[in-house]
Ligand binder design. Sequence first.
Ligand code: PEP
Ligand code: MG
Length: 903
Amino acid sequence: MHQNVNSDKQASKTAVPQKFVYFFAAGDSEGNAGMKNILGGKGANLAEMTSLGIPVPPGFTISTEICAHFYEAGGKLPDWVRPAVQESMNKVESKIGKKFGDVNNPLLVSVRSGARASMPGMMDTILNLGLNDQTVEGLAKSSNNPRFAWDSYRRFIQMYSDVVMGMNSSLLEVTLEDMKEEKHYKLDTEMTVDDLKLLVKKFKDLVHQMTGQSFPADPWEQLWGAISAVFHSWNTPRAITYRELHSIPAAWGTAVNVQSMVFGNMGDDSATGVAFTRNPSTGEKAFYGEFLINAQGEDVVAGIRTPQPITKIAAAAAGVMSLEEALPQAYGQLVEIYKKLEGHYRDMQDIEFTIERGVLWMLQTRNGKRTAAAALKIACDMIDEKLITQDEAILRLDPSSLDQLLHPTLDPKAAKTTLAKGLPASPGGVNGQIVFTSEEAVEWREQGKKVILVRIETSPEDIAGMVAAQGILTTRGGMTSHAAVVARGMGKCCVAGCGDIEVDYRNETMKVKGYVLKKGDVITLDGSTGEVYLGEVKTIEPKLDGNFERIMKIADGIRRLKVRTNADTPKDAQTARNFGAEGIGLCRTEHMFFGADRIDAVREMIIADNKMDREKALAKLLPMQREDFYQLFKIMDGLPVTIRLLDPPLHEFVPHTDEETKELAKRLNTDYERLRSKVKSLHEFNPMLGHRGCRLAITYPEIYQMQVRAIAEAAAQLMAEGKTLAPEIMIPLVATDKELDTLRGQAVAEVNKVQSEKNVKFEYTVGTMIELPRAAITADAIAEHADFFSFGTNDLTQTTLGLSRDDSGRFLGTYVSHGILPKDPFMSIDQVGVGSLVKMGVDLGRRTKPDLKVGVCGEHGGDPESIEFFHKVGLDYVSCSPFRVPIARLAAARAALIGKKIH
Ligand code: PEP
Ligand code: MG
């Protein structure tokens, strides 16, 4: 056999690691917390806990590297893996004095997944492995509890036949329910040993009938099957979706943890639970968790029974018994352990434990997932507790997660009709139409509808529906149920365990307080209080305050990059300032052209046959544009404001249907046919590469002339009011230095004219966008005529990759899922390609003008990963949409800290 093992190893494409099974037990572990890449988070932390003197049932971890070998071997566990597993199993046996498969005193194990990054509930788990018709008798004797032994056996068959043998688990569930009904039992616990024996027999017969295979009696066969199933579960659709959502590379693979079982279902002195060392929803510094007496771990997470709070205070509020009261000694030990773990990891921990006949065992610890609000509170508290430094706090926070706090919450003053109150599982205020299946949530979302996914409980199959929904409402399950944990991870509003609501899947209704709501009816959720309201409740805009403001100030002290905003309206400019924007990096003036009061004047300008007519129309626009700029300058109160001159092709402004054209002809008092042929003549095959940007002004200089005059007159007006300002005039889509030379000359002449007319002087600059590859490549020549550069990475991405920014969404998803592109290049900058042009543009520009101010105003200016890149290549500022300003401030600080670490 050994020879085969070696030739198999040689056949592997991926190098076979020297060691790939790591044992762990008190004081005798081969791994530690630093080995997450090969042991996965769960395995690494189990090993680490044993070194801290924390009770952990002995076991071993099969490394993540074997996951690649498993798939390379065609989804089979290579034979050469087995001897090392058998060796470690021997070690577990001698540690606890039980033998795997022994008929007198059998060792049972759990088999669980554990990837580098935690993927809660996404992969498979098997408990109670090692039971068969003989070992169950041994377990009955050694535990002196035949009922427990047979109950464990029936649970094992249920889990194994579902996870490993691919059988529909509801078949066995129905058999169990039928039996209870026949015997007039209400609870599972009323079943006698004989009932359970009969049930096991029925289960095994059913498995044989449905799968054509006997249920495996050999514990080793069971083990190989379970290990393979866990590796398989790395590639189930739900795991793949989760990975895509959280940018977890497929190549990481999962580890498999095999661990001796401890039992929380051995009676009323046994329990199982999960806890957080601080509140994961609010961040409050209070031990926070849930447990079930006489139950196995999966019962808590699955949301089948609603668990009870751990602490006396929390349980009293719910009118139930706490762990603190039920099992005080184990609780005391748990408190000691959680404090030790939090101090050791210096972060909030999410822990799992089991109490077997009064003895506490830890089954997991990991950094707990938390809402953005909780993350900010925990970071601030831990700085105050001197547990972490300010720099560490900044490095730990995920800038994108702040998005959760930048969305509306329910208006406390709005009129509301309360339907029910559940658990405040994940905050936010959202409304939408109710749907009862994940499939429908996805479909309705695709039709542009806002939906609330209503389920009795969610399971990992619901992940796509949860992504599509505005919020999630469940009627069963606690704060650590699947719905709650996953929603918090996604930053999605969730109300869980809302027991007063009765969901009827068949009729697609939910009943509560005499109301019967149908699919499509609107409700509102408040994830911060757990309240569910009828209809749509008014929302209010978010504010930066408290911990959020404090973290932003810390970030501001660290970052080098300035953060500006892209804003074209006074409202956007004000929102951005409230969020801390340090100026406007891009005002797209064309957006101002669409106002109802001016679009016709714009159209008149476009269809004009000669310069005089064009100037006549432009004269109508001048006062309106001047007022626009005046308002923006006023709100930004001396902060830099970059106004970009007209950019899009003119056909975007004209009507597209015959009907609209007819109406316009009437309004403009012109001939319909003439108008129609003019509109037609503007048609271009590739408008994005056509007559747009500065090319418009090369052919019609009077357009930019009007805009520059409006900017200068607005500035003069503010100067006259005693303000100071220095407008930045930006010329788009420049490809050659000659274009900029020409247009800059015209702009300067117009500003000078206004200054002498009004007899005021103000500072101003004229710069350009770098958004075409030729501009980046010739940036040294372009810089001769530019006071600043702003990278338009939207167009630069489009033109560098030759990908239409408007159409490529249709196939870019496939590129990303096939690993051809690491990410959508319009969301996160393609550092190797487009990024190289940015770097070249910066370097060449500064070769001509060492002090050249350089920023970015494409969408990438609000993307944390891109911001890190822009910091590295030496940009002065990023500009992003108002709601991303706080995200960019934090990301810029993190970029500075990461940069410091590297150097
Ligand atoms: C860009 O191209 O990156 C840019 C900011 O300009 P726009 O998106 O308006 O083309
Ligand atoms: Mg552009």
